[in-house]
Design a protein around this ligand. Structure first.
Ligand SMILES: [Ca+2]
Ligand SMILES: [Ca+2]
Length: 121
């Protein structure tokens, strides 16, 4: 107490500082490593396949690259509902907004972000 470190109210032990890569989704992070704020599968994002969802290394968005099966509205060029993107419509996202330093963000045929063109921080 009083040392500027947030203590766990249950145990009194210092909590790890918030940040990406500590494996705990805090603050604005939708996910961090294996912490997805719950057990999520692709069906939660309207895919028909029930593969497991993972997290981008930047903690800025879910990694839906493993998701298969059509989304009801994927392919019409308009990112809507649970689609991260659709065709050339990236819904305003860029590599930078996803936590990368630069690069060209693209969209998979399955309407999830393709960050392979992004440069890591
Ligand atoms: Ca974190
Ligand atoms: Ca769409």
């Amino acid at each position: 107490m009083g040392d500027g470190v947030v203590d766990d109210p249950q145990t009194g032990d210092p909590l790890p500082a918030a940040g990406c890569g500590d494996g705990v989704a805090q603050g604005a992070e939708p996910c961090d490593g294996a912490d997805l704020r719950g057990s999520l599968t692709c069906t939660a994002f309207d895919y028909s396949g029930s593969e497991a969802v993972s997290c981008l290394p930047t903690c800025a968005a879910f990694d839906l690259s493993s998701c298969t099966g059509p989304m009801p509205t994927c392919g019409n060029g308009n990112a809507q509902q649970r689609e991260q993107c659709d065709g050339s419509d990236l819904d305003g996202a860029t590599c930078v907004t996803l936590g990368y330093s630069s690069g060209a963000l693209s969209c998979r045929a399955t309407c999830s972000f393709d960050v392979t063109g992004c440069t890591s921080p």
